[in-house]
Design a protein. Sequence first.
Length: 107
Amino acid sequence: LKGFPVMNLLQRSDLALALAEKIESVPDGTGAGGKQTEGWRASNTRMEIKIDSSPSGDMRSEYYEQTEETKQFRQEYEMRKQKQDQGLDVIAEGLDTLKIMAEDINE
C-alpha cells in the first residue's frame, strides 16, 4: 500500500495471525480439541454423525409418541386444512363460472 508504513503492515499481519489462532483454539465439539492445522487449510479429521436406532434400523419410538396435545393439534390442523380446501373449491367454482361468462360474452 502506497504511503502506509511498513511497521503498520507487519503489526496488522501479526494481529491477523493472532486472531486466526484464537479462532482455531475455540472448541467446536468435533473432538479435535481446537488444534490448528497449517494455516487455513482444512483438516483431514473425519466427523461422523450417529443416529440412535435399534438394531433393526427403526428409530426409537419414545421420541415420537403422541400426547393429547399433539393429537389436538393434529385434529385442528386437519380441520383447518379441510376448511381451506372447501374455500378453494368455492373459489375454483367461481372462476369456472366467470370463465364461462367471459366465453359467452366473446361469442
